[in-house]
Ligand binder design. Sequence first.
Ligand code: SF4
Length: 262
Amino acid sequence: MSSADLYNEIVQMTRELVRRSAHPRRKTLMLSPELAAFVTAAVPAAPDGPMVAAPSREDNAEALAALARDVAACTKCELCKTRTQTVFSDGNPHADLVFVGEAPGADEDRIGRPFVGRAGQLLTDIIVKGMKMRRQDVYICNVLKCRPPENRDPLPEEKRLCEPYLIRQLELVHPKVICALGAHAATTLLRTDLSTGRLRGHWHSYYGIPLRVTYHPSYLLRKPEEKKKAWEDIQHVMRFLTGEEKAERSSASLSVPDDSLA
Ligand code: SF4
């Protein structure tokens, strides 16, 4: 490869890096062997490990706290005008398991924590009595961080505007498994219009993180006869966490998107 070709490739790669800086999920670049050799020779390796240190758990917790502050100041959609406060998350920012729900309700809007009303009590029972875990061992958040008035369904535009916060949240927590609670969480995370009934019963992938769909606790309060199915879904999550089950995907599985959050 001539010096001019090498120079041109460096220029192209620099442009690509700038472009990808706007898309932080795409982190890998394919270099030609010549450029890779040039970069390796030009940039000495750090004596102990990678040149750029991986973020620590403390860094991620701090980044989550900063993200929560950004959310608290957010005015991207009309819900900022009717909320009492934003509702960012509850639980362990280093959790292996994340539950993603729909949006805050009246109790959550008042208290500032997700899943604290009747549906929240059912979720807590699932975690504590069913999974034999503590609520503070998991991480809980919603697609929307502000309460829709009268608990109406989130609008597509609201979900679109709020989703970057959720993506970043999940990127920072980086759990081993995600459990999507109900249609809004499942369809937002998996970029699909399929029903919860169609999506449950299979392993899916969210940026490489295994994802299981189950019914929202509010739905289970209205339809207690569906609790058995929800318990089946939760048992798959439990078996995955204990290593008894692999997140093997079937023909009905969805994968969104195809690169990694990490
Ligand atoms: S719902 Fe999300 S996008 Fe809308 S104001 Fe609240 S934090 Fe911002």
